[in-house]
Design a protein around this ligand. Sequence first.
Ligand SMILES: Nc1ncnc2c1ncn2[C@@H]1O[C@H](COP(=O)(O)OP(=O)(O)OP(=O)(O)O)[C@@H](O)[C@H]1O
Ligand SMILES: Nc1ncnc2c1ncn2[C@@H]1O[C@H](COP(=O)(O)OP(=O)(O)OP(=O)(O)O)[C@@H](O)[C@H]1O
Ligand SMILES: [Mg+2]
Ligand SMILES: [Mg+2]
Lengths: 251, 251
Amino acid sequence: MTSVIAVANQKGGVAKTTTVHTLSAALAERGRRVLMVDLDPQACLTYENGFDPDALEASIHDVMLGRTKLDDVIVATGDVDLVPSSIDLAGSEIHLLTKTGREFVLGRALKPVVDEYDYVFIDCAPSLGILTLNGLTAASDVLIPFQAETLSHRAVGQLLETIDDVRVYTNENLRVLGAVATMYDGRTNLGKHVLAEVSEVHDIEVLPPPIPRSVKVAEAPGRGRSVLTHARRSKSAEAYRSLAEEIERRT
Amino acid sequence: MTSVIAVANQKGGVAKTTTVHTLSAALAERGRRVLMVDLDPQACLTYENGFDPDALEASIHDVMLGRTKLDDVIVATGDVDLVPSSIDLAGSEIHLLTKTGREFVLGRALKPVVDEYDYVFIDCAPSLGILTLNGLTAASDVLIPFQAETLSHRAVGQLLETIDDVRVYTNENLRVLGAVATMYDGRTNLGKHVLAEVSEVHDIEVLPPPIPRSVKVAEAPGRGRSVLTHARRSKSAEAYRSLAEEIERRT
Ligand SMILES: Nc1ncnc2c1ncn2[C@@H]1O[C@H](COP(=O)(O)OP(=O)(O)OP(=O)(O)O)[C@@H](O)[C@H]1O
Ligand SMILES: Nc1ncnc2c1ncn2[C@@H]1O[C@H](COP(=O)(O)OP(=O)(O)OP(=O)(O)O)[C@@H](O)[C@H]1O
Ligand SMILES: [Mg+2]
Ligand SMILES: [Mg+2]
């Protein structure tokens, strides 16, 4: 049974892309077959995996417009597969805005390939627009990376409201797998306080472990890798591996 | 002569909102009259200044729809004025998409009030959509906060291309005031390297000083203040004050 996990948070820069990239690599290390879907017109996941989004022949954009099958745009990157994105995807958002069944496009496109994988991760843009709604509608689970800082609450709350709407209108079986504390600085009271608060206030689970802030993670994209290969034994790499284990236990 | 400064970077979480909030406070400390415009439907700037975006009678959304004059939605927050935002603003983006003259709405709305201020700061969302285009079209200057990490290059490059388009089509006098290194960790080679590279590769100035990463800045929103009052003498507060001085010198 494939787990399709939308990784979402409309707040910018909370390590959605980093989490998709690293968890996918960690699950592939454990022998799982993984597909990553870059659902952000800024295409950071695509770029981090060594592809030039502006030089692609085809991307998720063509799939969302119904011009191409998903199978034809998938590329291999290390031990993981990727559906790449490009800035053209911004055009899909505009195109889909007024179309009937607009939230179901990605889910339908994924259907023919989903059984070839154990995990499909969807990297969402920092927005709750129609692309992210497609991600949430196509998913079996949502994973919510958040920065343990003051503004996290509001974003998590808004996202959970959107998830409730999705459950009513377009995907009744969508489950919140949990939240992940990213770029975590455990030395500060702020970090510990917000971490505890997010699970209390929003009644969701914060999956263990938190991912520590580390320059090793920040350096990895520049080397075209995830932190798992850039800094194999670092605390952040090990944390992402434990998190992958935790996710396997729950899916 | 009022400086209207759009603070923009489509990459998420690079301290756009923090920079607008703190620079505005720093310039007000120096006796300047400052207006902040929250141009993000996520309304973080509004929330950080102690307003509940969901409880506002009117916001920038009503102004963008032509229902209200800007003067009627401005609120005072400490020594600075604010045009608050709310999630309704996402509706403006959809509404304006197909309207003629859609990039000029904010600029026209600002015109009657602009002379009452020395500085107007526009806090842009992490996107290059029609709201941000309104911000860039209404502005005399663009300030580009960036995180000195690997993905900064690409975002800065895309933004500069957008600015070139704006200069051709909707605002020929738009000037790039410069970039600001935010959440800067000067102890890492990555930070120093990316800082140098951004100005070389993109031929823009990185305004001194970089703003150091500090938990004091992260804590401030939870206290409903900027770091200037939350941690008056901290390195980050002093850095934002120096940056405000630098901006005054150049505007
Ligand atoms: N644990 C960590 N330690 C240090 N830096 C990190 C960590 N996780 C992510 N980063 C860095 O933080 C920045 C933001 O991360 P990322 O791009 O994954 O966030 P995002 O939520 O996908 O952003 P966006 O909202 O723009 O899509 C990147 O430069 C990334 O390398
Ligand atoms: N110098 C700093 N040191 C530590 N934390 C910081 C610093 N500057 C900003 N932050 C924190 O980083 C997070 C992101 O900052 P902010 O919301 O200002 O970014 P943004 O670019 O406006 O994000 P978005 O793209 O979502 O609008 C916030 O929690 C903020 O408090
Ligand atoms: Mg991302
Ligand atoms: Mg912001």
